[in-house]
Write a protein that binds this ligand. Structure first.
Ligand code: PLP
Length: 462
């Protein structure tokens, strides 16, 4: 399997190189040249497999000869062994025909662990084989950073630097990033919002001298390995709902578009998905774009679902690439316009996107009301992000088709919002019970590329 850039002028790479590279050198995102398709028989076989076995079957065609089957099996087993639920991604029923896919049983309590735990294993295997070291720099609205730190802390071959927007992540999220004691972990609190963090990260990747000097690697969802690992739970969830014989729909609380794009890949691989629904908070650029075709950057408004406080959604470029019929010239033109503020999609592209995805937006008040309502009706405490998904799903779902809403984080990661809505403060699981007693270690940084580069160069283990 070969990987090509959405912007068409970066080198074509193997899975291994796409994994280590992250952002393509032409500024684009890597996508697989072809998407393999499963037969009905393949789907039927997977319906009775464990999470790990489905993971192997779904991802194997994408990894080429990067790992032998034995190696890959071992990496998958190790990646998910730290999860607190035997089926890894369990389903819970919320309402007639509406189910919640709990993706928060990993070590940092958000769905990001599904991909990050696996790519941590994959990075380590590849780098130790090559005898190389890399510097991972990530931008986070909260959950990617904690998941990346958990996956890479203490590994010999990586330094990990995480940029998060100062004052805009929850206390639990911040402490998950600032309390690890390993010297290869560097938490950087940046003045600005998440889009600023993500923009500086892209600047570092586009500064080829710096990129090569520190051997920069990226683990944001621009990294194809992240998206790939997330395809798996669409299969396990749909198949356990009987998707061999009927279609199911998914609603996905969306920020950077990595998670829902994984659903698109699952559908292209032959999983019978009816609707793929994007749910946004008040930072609703994706919902507006799907409705009107206009994609113009606005200010980010801090919300009670901070992991979705994003106005420039990096994986949307991958969705546009497929909606544009894999025309990289058209993508380059759109992204040039975006650099100058935004773009307006042509009718054909908009129609193609609308055929592929549905969308809805939820206000702050509606988010709280949904947390309250579902606690009262089901006893289920929803995190604010998951509540946004549940709300949009209730509004848009077709009663004849089972709807699966992705629960992207554990309610205990956002205790203030959950308590305000329900009066119940969700406790942290045992393995994190002392989170608020641990010492914090964090570097405050300004929104300035030159000083960030200096801090990173100075912090790398020599
Ligand atoms: C990252 C995150 C999202 C958004 O996921 P994307 O892949 O960026 O669209 C939603 N909810 C939570 C809790 C998250 O951590």
């Amino acid at each position: 399997m070969r990987y090509i850039s959405t912007r068409g002028s970066a080198p074509v790479l193997s899975f291994e190189d796409a994994l280590l590279t992250g952002l393509a050198r032409d500024g684009g995102l890597y996508v697989p040249e072809t998407i393999p398709r499963f037969s009905d028989k393949d789907l039927a076989d997977m319906a009775t497999m464990s999470y790990e076995d489905v993971a192997f079957k779904v991802m194997r065609p994408f990894i080429g000869d990067t790992f032998t089957d034995t190696e890959f099996t071992a990496l998958i087993d190790k990646a998910y062994s730290g999860f607190n639920h035997v089926v890894r991604a369990p389903l819970v029923q919320l309402d007639q025909g509406h189910f919640l896919l709990e993706l928060f049983h990993g070590p940092t309590l958000a769905f990001k662990d599904f991909a990050m735990q696996l790519i941590g294993q994959m990075f380590q295997a590849v780098l130790s084989r090559k005898g190389e070291r890399v510097t991972i720099v990530g931008a986070t609205s909260g959950d990617t950073g904690s998941a990346a730190i958990e996956a890479f802390r203490g590994l010999d071959n990586v330094d990990v630097f995480i940029l998060f927007p100062h004052g805009r992540v929850s206390d639990v999220q911040r402490r998950q990033m600032t309390t690890p004691v390993e010297s290869n972990v560097h938490a950087l609190a940046m003045d600005g919002d998440f889009d600023d963090c993500q923009a500086r990260l892209k600047d570092m990747f586009n500064d080829h001298d710096f990129r090569d000097a520190v051997r920069l690697a990226g683990v944001n969802s621009i990294n194809w390995g992240r998206v790939l690992a997330q395809v798996v739970y669409y299969f396990t969830a749909a198949l356990s709902m009987g998707a061999c014989d009927r279609k199911v729909s998914f609603t996905v609380p969306t920020g950077n578009f990595g998670d829902i794009f994984a659903g698109y890949i699952a559908r292209e691989m032959g999983l019978p998905i009816a609707d793929l629904v994007i749910a946004t908070n008040q930072n609703d650029i994706l919902h507006r774009c799907l409705t009107t075709g206009a994609y113009h950057k606005g200010a980010v408004h801090a919300s009670i679902s901070p992991s979705m406080d994003i106005q420039v959604s990096s994986n949307f470029e991958r969705a546009l690439y497929f909606a544009q019929g894999q025309d990289s010239d058209a993508i380059r033109a759109l992204m040039d316009d975006l650099a100058n503020g935004g773009f307006d999609l042509g009718d054909n592209v908009l129609r193609s996107l609308q055929d592929t995805y549905k969308s809805g937006r939820v206000s702050e008040e509606e988010t709280s009301a949904t947390i309250k309502e579902f606690y009262a009706n089901t006893g289920e405490l929803l995190c604010p992000h998951s509540a946004i998904g549940v709300r949009v799903a209730q509004a848009l779902r077709d009663p004849a088709t089972p709807m699966i809403t992705l629960a992207t984080a554990h309610p205990a990661k956002f205790p203030d919002a959950v308590e305000a809505a329900t009066g119940v403060r969700p406790p942290l699981p045992d393995h994190m019970a002392d989170l608020f007693d641990r010492d914090e270690r964090v570097t405050r940084v300004s929104n300035d590329l030159a000083s960030l580069k200096d801090i990173i160069k100075g912090g790398i283990a020599q």
